[in-house]
Design a protein around this ligand. Sequence first.
Ligand code: MG
Length: 363
Amino acid sequence: MFDAVILAAGGSMRMGKDKLSLDLGGDSVLSRAIKPFKSCPKLQNIILAVKKEHFSLYSDFSNGIILAEGGKTRTESVKSALRFVTAPYVLIHDGARPFVTAELIENVYDTAVKYGSGIPALPFSDSVRRIENGFIRECPDRGGFCAVQTPQGFDSMKIKAAYSKLSENDAFTDDSEVYQKYCSAPAVVEGDPMNKKLTSPADILGISAKVGTGFDVHPLAENRKLVLCGVEIPFEKGLLGHSDADAAIHAVMDALLSAAGLPDIGVLFPDSYESLKGVSSLSLLALVTEAVRKKNLKIHSVSLTVIAEKPKLSPYRQRFAETLSAALQIPEENIGIGFTTTEKLGIIGEGRAIAASSIVSLV
Ligand code: MG
């Protein structure tokens, strides 16, 4: 049997905000880091080290979980949590590693039972260099080096004894170092590349993003204005549709709605609505962005491709980007706009229609 110590008292200094409460697919980072432990039949207790002033914030977790007062350093937090450990083995885990699996937990536990310790380690894929004052001074053979992860498993008596030998100001970045220094050489178990520690904002970019795609096509007809991305373009024909038939904005709207899990524009703005006749699609886009914001989602990036044989649209790229940037309230560098033809093939190639497709990401 083992107790799990989960460390959640860090300051998230490098993240700039409380990374443990960030949403990962509807669950917090910390909750995801704890869940796989709960599914292990050998688990006895979970001990969560948090700052004392945050005890009340963790009432959701307190069901069956022991709260330990976290310290100023990682080492102090582990020391504090170890006092509550009563099982013969303990697995110490960073609350900022939400992708830990039950399989890794079991491997670490089994190794700790066999050797007194079990440390997940991964070989470096990049070369390792020792740097001094901005210059590489040493090129060690990376073959002997590994990056270590958590959870790290130990014989409870041994790791408690090792921690009892620490002096007041000793601070370590992990527990294998304490064990190695005051007990014996820790045993290694194969780490998991997916078991990442979330440290900087870049670590979560993309993880919690929602992506949606949209596509639209409208026929070209005489006596119609050609409006794309809200920009009126001089041309002998225009797109035919109930609204202004702005296929580019329609594709973006459907991508946004799809990413947010909302029904498409055909459902939200049906052709049967007389009030929508000839309406500017930019005004519909404003309603769509409002609906996205109501779901507490932020538009991160938009990619749009307009597919037309004629007219030549690339001179309008900048104006399209400016219009979308203003309408969506996102920086232009997060907007990608491309143009293509269908090499004279099909209805678009014959100049009978213009289509647009879009992919967006929301966070
Ligand atoms: Mg349409």
